[in-house]
Design a protein around this ligand. Structure first.
Ligand SMILES: Cc1cc2nc3c(=O)[nH]c(=O)nc-3n(C[C@H](O)[C@H](O)[C@H](O)COP(=O)(O)OP(=O)(O)OC[C@H]3O[C@@H](n4cnc5c(N)ncnc54)[C@H](O)[C@@H]3O)c2cc1C
Ligand code: FES
Ligand code: FES
Length: 472
């Protein structure tokens, strides 16, 4: 990349900043607290779970600014490029910001450690969609934990201040901010720090050439898995290729009964479209991580990490999704179930990456059910996730696809259970036969999330639930 820039440019509050020569695998949290002297942003878990480190990234979308809450502990520094980084310090530049004042009014802070994170999550919400009821508050704040105040007063403050768009110094300054953001240097990044290299190409062709030339490089999408390799496993990533700047990978289009989702589309951007395809998919995405995690994480990363408990693969298998993989100028298509070869081992060849997911739109009469079973409803990883696509015609099973996560070393279809259903009458006896057949499909393991016996029981009972929910 001959035209690439070697520094990260962004707005810190309202002031332009340029960072050159820093470690590109330093987190935004480490930079804020350790280098910028902005310690209002707290470190709680340092793994995306508690929300204490929540900051807001504003970026130009269309004619305006879009504000999103992010966990600074799971963002590498180059993610700031071209954006406005807003921390709790920037809110009270004049007087307390309305979201801060609401926290005071409702007595919603005790020790205060979690408060900057809550305030920033509320600030982003106050600049986006109105928060209208307690359910919406719970979804909004599922990624922010408080150990001492209790949530009712925080929820009351949120409902009060986020019910309508807030007018503040950021809205007032919007035209200036847009102009300053537009004037920031643009184009691909090629950063160096000692022997470490970090590329952020801005076109699909350049990305493909880089991944082919450096097959050992780590591909970085939202980083909600990759950043933890550095911060929790202390891995040194010598070569990283970020896909976030590639516009082609952020496309979401419908074409001939197929929804095409680029590998760089984050959950938040995909959620409404997936919910429109089927409510079960929207609800599944709503339960992935938290708002902050969904603002960064991608479906492509959820598939490529090869985890047996990623939530999207079972649903995409049930829908018959196909992956488009690219190596250089060559692409190939793969049914998603053929992608997972063994525990965390996928069909990606060296130099290859996921370009997009093609998801068939359900035909009239097809039913999709997806059930994620985890210890907590929100911000938790599945013990078992079952996904079912069934077509019933005149009381008979005309088509069926069943897939589970958490039941084996890879997410997988359940062929014996499918055979026990296909072409048979849709009744409880048939379902009980399929429940028994699950045993031929899987021998689950016991681990910290669930025992083998629990998983097997849940997998069987999810089939029964499918029948009971859709018996009519
Ligand atoms: C607090 C928290 C909560 C979470 N909750 C859930 C949850 O409820 N359910 C769930 O399933 N997961 C959850 N996760 C895991 C994670 O958020 C998801 O797996 C997410 O989808 C990963 O996407 P990403 O874009 O962040 O991937 P990254 O971290 O950027 O990458 C993940 C892996 O995929 C590879 N990769 C990424 N994109 C591509 C590509 N286009 N081609 C080839 N390889 C690629 C990377 O090299 C890496 O190996 C959670 C994580 C955190 C931190
Ligand atoms: S410190 Fe807990 S989410 Fe970042
Ligand atoms: S006020 Fe103490 S952790 Fe929330």
């Amino acid at each position: 990349m001959t035209d690439a820039r070697d520094s990260v440019s962004f707005l810190l509050g309202h002031a332009p900043r340029e960072i050159r020569g820093a470690d590109p695998t330093m987190t935004v949290l480490e930079w804020l607290r350790g280098k910028a002297g902005l310690c209002g942003t707290k470190e709680g878990c340092a793994e995306g779970d508690c929300g204490a480190c929540t900051v807001v990234l504003a970026e130009t979308v269309g004619a305006g600014l879009r504000y999103r809450a992010m966990n600074a502990c799971i963002l590498f520094l180059p993610a700031l490029d071209g954006k406005q980084l807003i921390t709790v310090e920037h809110l009270a530049e004049r007087a307390l910001h309305p979201v801060q004042q609401a926290m005071v009014t409702y007595h919603a802070s005790q020790c205060g450690f979690c408060t900057p994170g809550f305030v920033m999550a509320m600030f982003a919400a106050a600049h986006t969609a109105p928060v209208v009821d307690r359910g919406a508050v719970d979804t909004l704040l599922a990624g922010n934990l408080c150990r001492c105040t209790g949530y009712r007063s925080i929820a009351d403050a949120t409902l009060d201040v986020c019910a309508a768009p807030v007018d503040d110094q950021f809205t007032e300054a919007e035209a200036t901010t847009l102009a300053v953001l537009a004037a920031l240097p643009k184009g691909p990044l090629a950063l160096r720090h000692g022997g470490r290299r970090f590329w952020a190409p801005d076109s699909l062709a350049t990305l493909a050439a880089l991944v082919e030339a450096y097959p050992e490089a780590v591909i970085l999408a939202g980083g909600t898995d990759v950043v933890l390799w550095v911060t929790k496993q202390f891995r040194e990533l010598d070569a990283v290729i970020a896909i976030g700047g590639v516009a082609e990978l952020r496309e979401l289009t419908t074409d001939g009964g197929v929804l095409r989702i680029g590998a760089g589309v984050c959950y938040t951007d995909a959620m409404a479209v997936l919910a429109g395809l089927h409510p079960a998919l929207g609800e599944l995405v709503r339960r992935i991580g938290s708002v902050q995690v969904r603002n960064s994480g991608t479906i492509g990363g959820n598939i490529a990490n090869g985890s047996p408990i990623g939530d999207m693969p079972p649903a995409l298998m049930a829908l018959g999704a196909r992956l488009v993989l690219r190596r250089g100028v060559v692409t190939r298509e793969l049914p998603i179930e053929d992608f997972f070869l063994a525990y965390r081992h996928t069909a990606l060849a060296p130099g290859e990456f996921i370009e997009r997911m093609d998801i068939p739109i359900l035909l009239e009469g097809a039913v999709l059910a997806v059930n994620k079973v985890s210890k907590r409803p929100d911000q938790d990883i599945s013990a078992v996730c079952g996904a079912f696509m069934v077509v019933i015609a005149d009381g008979w099973v005309a088509d069926i696809r069943i897939a589970y996560g958490g039941m084996a070393g890879v997410p997988a279809r359940a062929p014996a259970a499918e055979q026990a259903l296909l072409g048979r009458p849709w009744n409880e006896a048939t379902i009980r036969g399929a429940m028994a057949a699950i045993e031929e499909d899987f021998s689950p393991l016991s681990d910290m999330r669930a025992s083998a016996a629990y998983r097997a029981t849940v997998a069987r009972n999810l089939l029964l639930k499918l029948y009971l929910d859709h018996a009519a």
